[in-house]
Design a protein around this ligand. Structure first.
Ligand SMILES: Nc1ncnc2c1ncn2[C@@H]1O[C@H](COP(=O)(O)OP(=O)(O)OP(=O)(O)O)[C@@H](O)[C@H]1O
Ligand SMILES: [Mg+2]
Length: 334
């Protein structure tokens, strides 16, 4: 399979200022040295607790914010080196759906106008009649009725609004869509409908998705592979669904223990993970997960582990990955 998106050594640091003179007193490592590929036709999940850098990663890939360092290639084109015009043109090929459909739609525009605007922004050479046909086709694709085109956002339910946002994202038939918590603001039953719609659209158009959520069960249901993030770092990339294999990183295991249920749409309790939750502000050296990890040793406090291949073809950043530890907790001789 060919990679569609190649992210290498990508970082985004925000300066933190303090005191009367607003001097720089440190930095938030929102995204810290990430490397991964997303393949054509794949649905790749990104999971992790609030503040671990998921949305920052999404914004970097779309070129909405500039990286501190690192490179992002989309179909071989370097996004980090692109100007506004080229980025706008690239938006035909990559789109994003955010968590809150209400703030994604302009309240002053009808759904029809919101969709028509995309064609204008992209300077699409299309007759008005053809454009109108296309708008009704898009509404139908996402399960909205023709009369919804006259509605304003406040007249629609949360689920209907998110369908309209998805229709808008599909207007230019993109190859790649970043979904940042696309169902988090919706009721559980509506969540299921939107997830099923996204799956159907993906099959129909052979699209690639980067599906971001803090809900591991939902990500595992929806995605082919999963990136697990913790405090700006990737701690694990699975080679397939987590339900079928043993995780390599203790953090993934903890997420699984606390979140995984057979029904991805059932409400789940918040993860119960021991230890203080650190922030990505002025991180100490060593592994980011050290102070919450039940297996942490001396080396974990001094040396940050690299992301390395596991025996199951995934990747894990841990000095003592779980899938190379036997039942007695002793490392298996390689
Ligand atoms: N513009 C900014 N200025 C300073 N810090 C920022 C900025 N944007 C994000 N951050 C910080 O970067 C870290 C990652 O934020 P981000 O929004 O990417 O997390 P997230 O994983 O999407 O969280 P959530 O699940 O709550 O949406 C957080 O500590 C956040 O406070
Ligand atoms: Mg976010």
């Amino acid at each position: 399979m060919k990679p569609l998106v190649q992210v290498s050594r990508l970082s985004k640091f925000y300066p933190v200022t303090g005191g009367l003179l607003h001097k720089k007193i440190g930095e938030v490592k929102a995204v810290n040295d990430l490397t991964f590929d997303l393949f054509k036709g794949e649905s790749l999940g990104v999971v992790g607790e609030s503040g671990c850098g998921k949305s920052t990663l999404a914004r970097l890939i779309l070129g909405l914010i500039k990286s501190t360092r690192g490179q992002i290639l989309f179909d071989g084109l370097d996004i980090t080196a692109m100007g506004k015009t080229r980025l706008r043109r690239l938006r035909r090929r990559m789109q994003m759906v955010f968590q809150d459909p209400h703030s994604s739609l302009d309240p002053r525009n009808s759904i029809f106008r919101s969709l028509a605007e995309v064609f204008k922004i992209q300077k699409e050479k299309i007759t008005t009649a053809k454009r109108n046909d296309r708008i009704f086709q898009l509404l139908d694709m996402v399960g909205l009725k023709p009369e919804h085109c006259r509605a304003y956002p406040y007249q629609l339910s949360g689920g209907q609004k998110q369908r309209a946002v998805i229709a808008r994202a599909l207007a230019m038939t993109p190859e790649f869509i970043i979904l940042d918590e696309p169902t988090a603001a919706l009721d559980v039953s509506v969540q299921a409908q939107i997830v099923l719609l996204l799956r159907k659209l993906r099959r129909r158009f052979n699209m690639s998705y980067l599906f971001i959520s803090h809900d591991l069960a939902l990500v595992d249901y929806f995605c082919d592979r999963i990136i697990v993030m913790y405090l700006g770092r990737i701690v694990e990339i699975t080679s397939g669904k987590l339900s079928g294999q043993k995780p390599g990183h203790p953090y993934t295991q903890l997420l699984l223990d606390s979140l995984f249920t057979a029904d991805p749409f059932a409400r789940k309790p918040a993860p119960k993970i021991e230890g203080e939750v650190p922030t990505p502000f002025n991180l100490p050296g060593g592994c980011v997960f050290q102070n919450r990890c039940p297996h942490a040793q001396e080396i974990c406090r001094s040396l940050s582990p690299d992301l390395v291949k596991t025996r199951t073809n995934g990747q894990v950043a841990c000095h003592f990955p779980l899938n190379s530890i036997d039942k007695k907790g002793e490392e298996i001789q390689k």
